[in-house]
Design a protein around this ligand. Structure first.
Ligand code: ASP
Ligand code: MG
Length: 440
């Protein structure tokens, strides 16, 4: 069995939805199709939730109306039979009625999750109606019946596997299954989600749970590229990389894949393929335990980074200093990305500022604390890059007139990270594209 996940742009237009319907019927193997919401929908739902939370019902109402109109015209273009059009319109009516009811009751965090879930529920149901119109036999699997997270919002593959296997057993002879990405049930039994972009994560969790032959992530670009195509003119797709390399790239900014989606595939050794819906014949990127080749493969950048430097004269020859510092970040559940030390100071970066104030207050007794906001991490990722001759020389030789604030090298053999003020990110990516890859 395999998993095929289609992102928002792959289902975001009626003709694209037809295109993927034609693509999935060609499959020989049984397949679970995981869908995102139509592009733009989750953003609109976030907006609607924000209006409601602020008590601005009028703005919420007009945003709901606008979104409903979008779905009505989508369906009008998507389907052609009287009967299926009616069915799709009933689905739309049901979900928008729900949003209009929410508008009338008092806001809660749990309700906002219910609002966000509407996108994937709609896309999968509409896709199911389209398959029905095309006479393609399939089963709609409700993700809320098997995708669960624990009290820490962490999915547990064991539990997902048990529930999903049971569901699949009820349809033993069927070959085509459709389910929602992104949405799940939390430990309190409420509707919840796997955070923005989480449909990739759903796909790899499902792939791990059913021990899939492959987890295909279909988007609108032919795989992971060596650099950000929105920032530099020329980029090339990377054909093969290891789970470690993909995890570094996804975590450090490559938007094509949700960073959490690597671990389930890696743990259960399921190959992940990044493919292009509009160019299905293109090779894309294959991610497996094997890296394929040695050397630098790609660069990626992550924004909104905060650098914190803690300078302490007491750190000199002291032990236990780093532990005490780390404990503060652990207490506030704030992950540290980069870290560098000198004998008297330690610099580290975080990207989550929700508890920054409290963290800084607790760091104060340890020495002088300096904070630099709006930084970017630019990561150079590859296989065994430390073994690549003159790599460091080439890397630093490519950089001109850029004040590098931190460098992290040797933490893993696959990554070198540079921290720069955000306004230098574009320039740095361009310089690296030329210096490291010979691309202009
Ligand atoms: N629809 C959700 C989002 O826009 C999940 C996803 O597309 O992966 O974040
Ligand atoms: Mg995505």
């Amino acid at each position: 069995m395999k998993v095929m996940k289609f992102g928002g742009t792959s289902v975001g237009r009626p003709e694209r939805m037809h295109h993927i319907a034609n693509l999935v019927v060609k499959e020989q193997e049984p397949v679970i199709i995981v869908l995102s919401a139509l592009s733009g929908t989750t953003n609109s739902l976030v907006e609607i939730g924000e209006h409601i939370s602020k008590g601005d019902r009028q703005s919420a109402k007009s945003a709901i109306e606008k979104l409903e109109a979008h779905y009505r015209s989508f369906v009008a273009e998507l389907l052609k039979n009287e009967e299926t059009i009616q069915k799709a319109n009933n689905i739309i009516a049901e979900h928008f009625e729900f949003l209009n009811i929410i508008l009338k009751i008092s806001f809660s965090e749990a309700l906002s999750k219910d609002i966000l879930a509407q996108g994937e529920l709609l896309s999968t149901k509409l896709f199911s109606v389209l398959l029905e119109e095309k006479g393609i036999e399939h089963v709609l699997l409700p993700a809320l019946e098997f995708m669960t997270v624990d009290i820490y919002d962490e999915p547990q593959i064991g539990g997902i596997k048990i529930k999903l296997t049971q569901l699949l057993k009820q349809h033993a002879k069927k070959k085509l299954f459709i389910t929602q990405g992104y949405i799940c049930r939390n430990a309190r039994g409420e509707v919840d989600n796997l955070k923005r972009g989480g449909s990739d994560y759903s796909a790899s969790l499902i792939a791990a749970a059913i021990n899939a032959s492959v987890c295909e992530i279909w988007t609108d670009i032919d795989g992971m590229h060596n650099n950000d195509p929105r920032i530099v003119n020329k980029t090339l797709p990377v054909e093969q990389m290891s789970f470690e390399e993909a995890a570094e790239l996804a975590y450090f900014g490559a938007k094509i894949l949700h960073p959490a989606s690597i671990w389930p595939a890696q743990q259960f050794n399921i190959p992940v393929k990044l493919l292009n819906t509009m160019k299905p014949e293109a090779k894309g990127t294959t991610i497996t335990a094997e890296a394929g080749s040695v050397g630098v493969k790609a660069v990626a950048a992550k924004d909104n980074i905060i650098a914190i430097r803690i300078k302490s004269s007491r750190m000199l020859l002291a032990y236990g200093f780093l532990r005490k510092i780390f404990e503060i970040f652990e207490k506030y559940r704030t992950p540290i990305d980069m870290i560098t030390t000198s004998e008297v100071a330690v610099s580290l970066t975080i990207d989550n500022d929700s508890n920054l104030k409290e963290i800084l207050k607790e760091l104060e007794p340890f020495g002088t604390v300096e904070v630099d906001k709006t930084q970017s991490i630019v990561s150079v990722v590859g296989n065994q890059i430390s073994l690549t001759e003159d790599m460091v020389k080439k890397l630093f030789g490519s950089i001109r007139h850029i004040p590098v604030r931190m460098v992290s090298y040797g933490g893993s053999p696959h990554n070198i990270s540079l921290l720069v003020p955000a306004e230098f990110k574009t320039q740095l990516l361009q310089q690296l594209n030329k210096g490291m890859f010979g691309l202009d």
